[in-house]
Ligand binder design. Structure first.
Ligand code: EPZ
Length: 420
């Protein structure tokens, strides 16, 4: 069933100009949840205006906080927060609200969340979250589809070794450990820039966290946190998406207000595809050839490897490259749902489990497609921009979860794209 709002793209317009990248969605969500850990006022700058952010603010308001987004600045006061449960409909609206678990138990000693269902990317288990939090003295029972959590003797530090460097689990542990009794050590922690951003934010609140961005994070629990101001890092995945849009149209675009080192796993892929990429301070200039070359092998890995979130848009741009390339999706088990839309546009993609073989075609053509998920929707936008003819993309609510006014940003670069 297609949703009412859609994007209409008239393709093959060469993108050029400058784009300022939004704040990182995957930083904003855990940082907004961290406001629960202080009874003071927190001010978060460079927060992207996205539906996932709106849902997170609604959860904070439901819990009793005041939360106001003005432009890209959020002001939150959690003094009056008095609820420790997140109702079903709010949990279902955004599965990453599991990130509230650690913060709620740290604040109230209790938490009740409905089990976050799977999502478009597969079952999305939370076993690593639960195992770690239980090691910190949090009792968690799973019954009738909800998680009942309590810390009768408070939360205490623990030595935790993650079997997989899960981003969400690392964040939940950090949020629970910041005001725990004693020290928590996380081995094999996620190294994503968003983890460092959360650590920097918590430390500005008065936490004592070291080692973020490396494999081992040490959190010395402190008595209490106080309010502070924090500016969210730029969104490296949004940056990669707009770079893919430029590359798909043979364009030349300045990607501004980013941290180039956050894209160290991605830039070599653009260079191998034939683009020139120049890094200057906090911007990247990408200059694409008329036709890209296929990239032999792209494997998604935890940071600092090639990020899974960039796989769909970059597969879209390479669908009309010269040659055949192979993708291996090692992070999520169901992250090729965008290939059906790409095939409707003429792409030739062969799927075998984690592997996708993309045989570049001379060009894609416009078609009527629907976003299967957030980054899959972004992939269809990239494909539509490079395709010959008109593409209609439905179910764009998925795209609005992670991209701030995508059609306005792309129009500024010369794309013919409008939202109906
Ligand atoms: C975060 O998801 C991001 N979401 C994802 O971005 C991103 O793709 C992912 O990290 C990897 O970088 C947010 O930050 C809100 P994981 P998260 O825990 O925390 C398995 C986007 O498009 N796993 O690192 O859920 C899991 O099933 C979104 O912006 C377990 O098995 O990622 C997956 O296969 C999509 N047990 C893998 O680990 C667990 O307890 C990576 O998950 C937790 C995870």
């Amino acid at each position: 069933m297609f949703s009412v709002s859609k994007l209409i793209i008239d393709g093959r317009k060469r993108l050029s100009g400058r784009i300022e990248i939004q704040g990182a969605k995957n930083s904003a969500l855990p940082i907004l949840a961290s406001a629960l850990l202080t009874c003071d006022t927190s001010v978060i700058n460079n927060c992207p205006d996205l539906s996932d952010v709106e849902i997170t603010l609604n959860i904070l308001r439901y819990l009793g906080c005041t939360a106001q987004l003005d432009g890209n600045t959020v002001t939150i006061n959690s003094k009056c927060a008095d609820k420790y449960d997140i109702p079903d409909e709010l949990m279902r609206a955004m599965r990453s609200s599991i990130i509230f678990l650690g913060a709620l138990v740290a604040r109230f000693g209790m938490a009740r969340l409905s089990f976050p269902g799977g999502c478009e990317l597969g079952p999305r288990p939370i076993d690593l979250h639960l195992k770690a939090l239980r090691m910190m003295g949090i009792e968690i029972s799973e019954q009738h589809g909800s998680l009942e959590c309590s810390a009768p003797n408070g939360i205490h530090g623990a030595k935790i070794s993650l079997s997989f460097p899960s981003v969400g689990a690392t964040e939940n542990i950090m949020l629970a450990a910041a005001t725990a009794q004693g020290t928590t050590i996380i081995s094999n922690a996620a190294r994503e820039p968003e983890i460092c951003d959360l650590a920097d934010c918590l430390n500005s609140f008065g936490a004592n966290i070291s080692g973020a961005g490396e494999g081992t994070i040490i959190i010395d629990g402190v008595e209490a946190l106080n309010g502070a101001m924090h500016t969210i890092i730029p969104d490296r995945i949004a940056a990669a998406t707009y770079m893919a849009a430029a590359a798909a149209t043979g364009g030349r675009v300045l990607i501004d207000r980013i941290v180039p080192t956050h894209l160290s796993g991605i830039i070599p892929i653009f260079e191998e595809s034939g683009c020139t990429v120049k890094q200057r301070g906090n911007s990247i200039l990408i200059d694409a050839p008329n036709r890209l070359r296929a990239v032999k092998l792209i494997r998604t890995m935890p940071y600092p490897g090639f990020p899974t979130d960039a796989q769909p848009p970059i597969m879209a741009m390479l669908s009309s490259a010269k040659g055949t390339g192979i993708f291996v999706e090692n992070i999520f088990e169901n992250r090729y749902k965008h290939t059906s839309g790409l095939e409707r546009m003429g792409a030739r993609i062969y799927l075998e489990g984690k592997v996708a073989v993309v045989e570049g075609v001379s060009e894609l053509y416009g078609a009527r497609v629907a976003s299967p998920d957030l980054r899959g929707g972004a992939a269809l936008v990239v494909a539509g921009l490079g395709a010959c003819g008109v593409t209609e993309i439905n179910d764009i609510h998925y795209i609005d979860r992670g991209y701030e006014s995508i059609e306005l940003e792309l129009s500024k670069l010369g794309a013919s794209i409008k939202r109906l």
